[in-house]
Design a protein around this ligand. Structure first.
Ligand code: ATP
Length: 227
């Protein structure tokens, strides 16, 4: 990877899985990001309540998932901030703590479409570039429709390339097609609850930590795998 922009990949990561890691790798490759920081949400505003593993365990699983991937790391800056972990606050904190550093917030197309319900969601593009990923061959129409609808609220302007819109402060929103893997954390939790195997959906280091914490998972997710 080359260039100076750092990718910021936020999520609940309950648990982190192989599609999270692949999405981050493919976006980083496509945009030439110098590094990617996974930022587990300490208190996700939309997912508070049951079934959420403790922040420390989700963070530890993220560390295991990115270990050995060049340029990848886990940033725990949401740990000590009280109240819900809003992305706008996280991006503002990153910008304030590292002046001059360019950041690129990585999010799925589904999350882009939900931005109007996030705290200052339409303003995220004032704090960082946006890299919106979607399954290869799908989604550019929804990306374009969203930016057209919210052009005023986001301060977005189309360019000759339909996959790139300019945003305030020299930022840009980019559509990035990736190989979509149909893996989801909710499916992994459901498999775990019903005693099915989750090998291959999470990396071995993550699986090994999940097995070590089987008792904790039983409380958070339900029944654990028997083998
Ligand atoms: P859940 O199933 O619990 O809702 P999730 O994986 O959808 O979990 P997060 O852990 O918050 O939710 O996801 C973090 C980021 O990873 C989001 O931007 C989401 O769009 C993206 N993501 C989740 N699953 C995939 C996938 N299969 N391929 C690419 N990106 C994904």
């Amino acid at each position: 990877m080359s260039g100076a922009r750092i990718g910021i990949f936020g999520g609940t990561f309950n648990p982190v899985h192989v599609a999270h890691v692949r999405a981050a790798i493919e976006v980083a490759e496509a945009l030439g990001l110098s590094a990617v920081e996974f930022i587990p949400s300490a208190r996700p505003p939309h997912k508070l309540g049951g079934k959420l593993l403790d922040f420390e365990l989700r963070a530890s699983l993220c560390r295991a998932a990115v270990a050995g991937i060049p340029g990848f790391s886990v940033n725990l800056l949401e740990a000590d901030r009280p109240g819900p972990s809003y992305t706008c606050d996280t991006l503002a904190e990153l910008a304030a703590s590292r002046p001059g550093q360019d950041f690129c917030f990585i999010l799925g197309l589904g999350d882009l479409l939900c931005l109007p319900s996030w705290k200052d969601g339409l303003g995220l593009g004032r704090l960082a570039d946006l890299a919106v990923h979607s399954r290869e061959g799908q989604g550019i129409e929804a990306f374009t429709a969203f930016l057209t609808t919210h052009a005023q609220g986001m301060g977005a302007t189309p360019t000759a390339d339909p996959a790139v819109w300019t945003l305030p402060g020299g930022h840009a929103a980019r559509f990035v097609p990736i190989t979509r893997l149909d893996v989801s954390a909710s499916d992994i939790r459901a498999r775990w609850r019903s005693g099915r195997r989750i090998d291959g959906l999470v990396c071995q280091a993550v699986l090994s930590q999940l097995l070590t914490n089987a008792e904790t998972l039983r409380t958070a997710w339900g029944r654990a795998v028997s083998a």
